[in-house]
Design a protein around this ligand. Structure first.
Ligand code: 6MZ
Ligand code: ZN
Length: 347
């Protein structure tokens, strides 16, 4: 690792947009494959390597393959603890993981035991002294429609009350070309009313203007991607105004968008547009396993593409603290930590 790599590894970082099953590393996939050799799954089916690109549709096929490998409580526990440890090793001090509760009739996995297992993994890492604060967002898969969305919010609500503050909100994700946000509004409104924070994938593909307009009225607490919100990308000034007026932070995932081909190249990424506006932008990985990246690499990529100085990069990571869903005391603790680490990183 050269000095530059080390700098990005050493800066304390906040990761706010990480899908559990998209974050599974090469090493963990090896372990999972060896437990289920009969599936004949190869690495090329679970990750998109350097220089490779896929359509978004093909990315969603990759998740289906990973889901076949992660269909028991044991596998979820393994995946979640490995992912948390890997983020910690990459210098992430605060992580919000998100995942879609799944049931698997063949193994007896239920949506409830799914969530309990992820919570257990978070607690175990804490007990073992892994240097990272972790919270969880329960994900709604937009493909599954109104009723499942409502059921998911009810589960999230229950876990928010019983998980000792670990479950802090919901996510809306899944194939953006399927379904419409209006079908999910009742569930999203319920989430809001019961105190769950929300991060919604918005305008990840071009066709979602009307949906984004509707969902921005909630308003969400954070936006995932927001690739096609601004006028230069076929969005509109009124969408931008709503985002700016409500000061809704954007979770931006460079490698994911370029490899998934919703953005043609790094230099054309909408990070530039929002960053120049001075709007809160948080760099994130999305699916570090599938897209073969980590958060240090995303910071390095943003810096080299958009000419950010080391001090700019530091500020970017520090400002992400303002956007976390955990309570104020956690923010204070993180700010203190950042101040303590500044001298070490810039020595
Ligand atoms: C690439 N852009 C993306 N856009 C939308 N949704 C995405 C996504 N990447 C991941 N997911 C969502 O996360 C699930 C996998 O993790 P979990 O099984 O929930 O842990 C995917 O099935 C999809 O619903
Ligand atoms: Zn995402």
């Amino acid at each position: 690792m050269d000095g530059d790599d080390l700098f990005y590894r050493n800066i304390p970082k906040v990761e706010l947009h990480a899908h559990l099953n998209g974050s599974v590393s090469f090493q963990t996939i090896e372990k999972l494959i060896s437990r289920k050799p009969e599936l004949n799954i190869e690495h090329s089916m679970t990750a998109i390597g350097k220089g490779q690109r896929r359509t978004l549709d093909e990315c969603f096929e990759v998740f289906k393959v990973i889901h076949k490998l992660v269909d028991t409580e044991e596998a979820i526990l393994l995946v979640a603890t490995d992912v948390i440890r890997e983020f910690a090793a990459d210098g992430v001090k605060y992580l919000e993981l998100r995942s879609t509760p799944r049931e698997e009739k063949s193994t007896g996995l239920t949506k409830r035991t799914y969530l309990e297992t992820v919570i257990r993994a978070i607690q175990q890492c804490k007990t073992q002294g892994v240097d990272i604060d972790v919270r969880f967002l329960v994900a709604i898969d937009r493909r599954n429609g109104t009723e499942v969305a409502m059921e998911t919010v009810k589960l999230a609500e229950e876990f928010m009350l019983s998980s000792d503050g670990l479950v802090v909100g919901i996510d809306l994700s899944g194939d953006p070309t399927v379904g419409h946000g209006k079908e999910l509004l009742p569930a999203l409104e319920r989430a809001k009313n019961c105190g769950l924070k929300s991060s919604l994938h918005l305008s990840e593909v071009r066709s979602q203007l009307e949906e984004s307009d509707l969902l921005l009225n909630l308003p969400p607490d954070r936006i995932g991607h927001g690739t096609f919100l601004h006028p230069e990308m076929g969005g509109s000034q009124s969408l931008v105004d709503k985002v700016v007026k409500n000061n809704i932070p954007l979770e931006l995932c460079l490698t994911s968008n370029v490899k998934g081909q919703t953005v043609p190249s790094y230099s054309e990424h909408h990070f530039q547009y929002w960053y120049q506006l001075g709007h809160p932008c948080v760099l994130c990985t999305d699916d570090k396993g599938v897209f073969c990246t980590d958060l240090s690499q995303e910071y390095q990529l943003a810096a080299s593409t958009f000419g950010l100085s080391r001090e700019d990069v530091w500020k970017l990571s520090q400002r992400a603290i303002d956007c976390i869903f955990a309570e104020e005391a956690v923010k204070q603790r993180l700010r203190k930590r950042w101040n303590e680490l500044h001298g070490q990183v810039f020595q």
